[in-house]
Ligand binder design. Structure first.
Ligand code: C5P
Length: 261
């Protein structure tokens, strides 16, 4: 009931017009007034980055396996590295590194979902997938590959980024709204990057295995690579409801979850 295959996961020129309700919701997430028009930004985006319809090849012939790798500390000592690397797509999130953690998290990355505040450099084998929570995020992507003049949002931003321009993809704002409404029933202010990534994988893959999701027993979100802690249901995300939904997907065999330590 919640899965809607007609919602486009990725943006291109042809599907870029936003319905009024999508535009209104998306604009509501932005912390600043809009200085640039959305259509101008989209034009510039697809002058620079590939304007393609990706992954519309689903069907009986395709069996694409995907590993979605979250950043949870439960990956440490898991020895999941080989298992993760054996998938067709290995989708990582935000800053989650591989270097130094190969035995537990693997070494390959085919896709990495980031937003400007969570951006890291990546090598040429990886698709940078931008998660645009605001128009400025799209402007930052353009700037990072050209003028490098955008250096701040509510925090300092990387002015530039190492990534293959020909592999850049942009998540569709309508997809973010769909995840929020259809999958999370509007819990929290907007969905977490990790949860959006799982639903994205359900749309572009045929088998979805999830690694590195799960808070500590005290409810704090810990990382395998640093000591920062956040409370999973604090702030902007409805972490409890996200967990419930993931457990339901697990129960119904739509995803499989490797829970680590
Ligand atoms: O912390 P960060 O947002 O970079 O983590 C990426 C995603 O991994 C989160 O959005 C969350 O969905 C998931 N995560 C988790 N448990 C943790 C840490 C992260 O489920 N302990």
């Amino acid at each position: 009931m919640r899965y809607n295959p007609t919602v486009p996961p990725l943006l291109n020129r042809r599907n870029s017009v936003l319905q009024a309700d999508v535009y209104k919701w998306w604009k509501g997430l932005q912390r600043e007034s809009l200085k640039t028009s959305y259509t101008d930004v989209v034009d510039r985006l697809f002058d620079l980055f590939p304007d393609e319809e990706h992954y519309s090849d689903g069907g009986l012939e395709r069996c694409r396996t995907c590993a979605v790798v979250g950043n949870s500390g439960n990956l440490l000592r898991s020895h999941y590295g080989q298992l993760i690397d054996n998938h067709d797509f290995i989708i990582r999130i935000n800053k989650g590194p591989t270097k130094g953690y190969e035995r537990d998290v693997g070494s390959k990355t085919t896709h990495r979902l980031i937003y400007p505040e969570s951006a890291v450099d990546m090598d040429n084998s990886t698709h940078l997938v931008l998660l645009p929570f605001k128009i400025k995020d799209m402007r930052w992507l353009i700037s990072a590959f050209t003028t490098k003049h955008i250096t701040r949002s509510y925090v300092a931003l990387k002015p530039t980024i190492n990534a293959d321009m020909d592999k850049v993809m942009i998540l569709h704002p309508a997809f973010i709204k769909y995840v929020y409404e259809s999958w999370l029933h509007k819990h929290g202010k907007y969905p977490s990057t990790g949860f959006i990534t799982i639903i994205f994988a359900l749309h572009i893959c045929d088998e979805v295995n999830v690694f590195g999701f799960g808070a500590r027993s005290d409810g704090k979100w810990h990382h395998y690579f640093d000591r920062s802690l956040t409370h999973f249901s604090s702030g902007n995300h409805g972490g409890d409801f996200e967990n419930k939904t993931m457990n339901e997907l697990l129960k119904r065999n739509k995803i499989f979850m490797y829970k680590g330590w």
